[in-house]
Design a protein around this ligand. Structure first.
Ligand code: 13P
Ligand code: 13P
Ligand code: MG
Ligand code: MG
Length: 365
């Protein structure tokens, strides 16, 4: 057994610039300063999508390592100080706890971590999205790992032909289940089609049981019990040799599927794949977007990134996303543009109901 590398992506929104559209460069600088040359890390890369900071870190200490999580937590705290100084919007927004106690889970930041033995060549893609929620990965992960019309490798690559295992989380009941595809496809779709509740947490190669993909599945509002922003998610996908080719992993994003999380976390909108330069959602605070950074790992070093959606081949999906945005925006406050009442991140319903309670006449009496 060779040594195992852990790839950790930990993210948080600790202050928007301007509003919820972007991260101020001083915050990114602070994050880089905190991580660069740190003795626990082999390598790191700091990215952002919209107002979310993504800490991409490689190390040998495994998943859920307290020291790595503490480093991420301290980094977000340091960035929050900068955000407060600049009076950025929602400074410290995603940091729920006051004190760190061993693990960053439950404190607000999203995490996706995987541990593996580095292959002869180890291409990985890190997808990072803003103005949406973890369920946004369900459709693309399904297509990557279970749909032969997306991933021809499922048909013609002997290393993929047996299919994959999907670990699906019930974020309301806090349970998990493993589905094995292709045989469990129809059962799995009953659940993962309900993206507000069921999230694909991990995908494994069925033969080797090696990790293929992992996503962040934190539901901040469920943890906090109040509006604290959307859980803009991340997802790591290993590529090639028994996994989807890089192009197969990107292909699902040629369709701008509707996701929840646009404007005040309370609207559906199309997910638009963009380059790092275009990861600044402004129209109605959106539409929701996703970036894809490709790295080759070399002894844990992050060789990259390649800005994978920075390709004119994704111009059509961007145009389509804009058309869908034009279309759905005209619905204004009506569902299904606006989320159903129980899924909105905040609502005036209780106050308005209270105000009107004497004007509602009970028709059963
Ligand atoms: P678990 O909740 O399964 O420990 O996942 C956390 C994590 O490591 C994210 O990948
Ligand atoms: P963030 O979750 O990215 O902070 O966005 C909040 C929002 O809904 C802005 O309209
Ligand atoms: Mg924000
Ligand atoms: Mg955000």
């Amino acid at each position: 057994m060779g040594k195992k590398i852990t790839l950790s992506v930990i993210k948080a929104d600790v202050g928007g610039y301007v509003g919820h559209s972007n991260v101020h460069p001083e915050l990114l600088e602070k994050a880089r300063e905190m991580l660069s040359g740190h003795p626990l890390l082999i390598d790191s890369y700091v990215a952002h999508v919209g107002d979310d900071i993504n800490l991409i870190m490689t190390h040998e200490t495994g998943r859920n390592n307290g020291e790595i999580h503490k480093l991420a937590w301290d980094t977000f705290l340091a960035c929050t100080e900068v955000a407060k100084k600049l009076k950025l919007y929602g400074a410290g927004q995603d940091l729920l706890g006051d004190a760190f106690s061993g693990n960053i889970k439950g404190l607000g930041p999203g995490t996706a971590e995987m541990q593996f033995e580095e292959r002869k060549s180890e291409p990985v893609i890190i997808f990072m999205a803003d103005k949406t929620e973890p369920g946004a990965w369900n459709l693309p992960l399904y297509k990557m790992f279970a749909d032969p019309f997306n991933t021809i490798g499922l048909v013609i690559d002997p290393n993929m032909h047996n299919g994959f295992e999907f670990e699906v989380r019930d974020t309301i009941k806090n349970k998990k289940i493993i589905f094995s595809t292709p045989e469990d496809l129809y059962d799995m779709l009953v659940f993962i089609g309900a993206t507000g509740r069921f999230c694909i947490k991990r995908v494994f190669n069925k033969e080797t049981k090696d990790i293929a993909a992992v996503s962040s599945t934190q539901r901040l509002n469920l943890m906090a019990g109040r509006y604290v922003g959307k859980d803009d998610p991340v997802c790591i996908v290993r590529c090639q040799s028994g996994y989807p080719a890089v192009g197969e992993a990107l292909e699902p994003f040629t369709y701008p599927h509707l996701v929840a999380g646009w404007m005040r976390g309370s609207h559906n909108g199309p997910l638009m794949p963009v380059s790092m330069n275009e990861a600044r959602p402004t129209r109605f605070d959106g539409p929701p977007r996703v970036i894809a950074l490709g790295f080759q790992l070399s002894e844990g070093k992050l060789v990259g990134p390649q800005d994978l959606f920075d390709d004119p081949a994704f111009d059509n999906v961007r145009k389509q996303a804009n058309n869908v945005a034009d279309y759905i925006r005209r619905m204004g406050p009506f569902e299904p543009h606006r989320l159903p009442l129980d899924e909105m991140e905040y609502t005036s319903m209780p106050q308005v109901t209270e105000k009107l309670k004497d004007r509602f006449i009970d028709l059963n009496k």
